[in-house]
Design a protein around this ligand. Structure first.
Ligand SMILES: [Zn+2]
Ligand SMILES: [Zn+2]
Length: 78
């Protein structure tokens, strides 16, 4: 399953063009990730709750992440 383009557009607008990650990991340690993202640039729509454990493809489950942050999520690639 994947997010629709419409959901990704809405998520991107919500993000204001900035990675939405606030995880405690390198290099931002719990603050919001400062990485700026272009709509057609290098970012990924992450399922906050993985589809494998019942997460859905709606906006509230969609998180805009830069690629380095996405790679550090527990459910990356799942
Ligand atoms: Zn990030
Ligand atoms: Zn991060």
């Amino acid at each position: 399953m994947a997010f629709s383009e419409e959901v990704k557009d809405q998520a991107y607008r919500r993000s204001g063009g900035q990675c939405e990650c606030t995880r405690s990991h390198y290099p931002h340690w719990g603050a919001r990730c400062p990485t700026r993202l272009a709509r057609q640039g290098a970012w990924e729509a992450h399922h906050k709750t993985a589809v494998s454990v019942g997460g859905h493809d709606g906006l509230s489950n969609c998180e805009v992440l830069c690629i380095p942050c996405h790679r550090q999520t527990d459910s990356y690639g799942r």
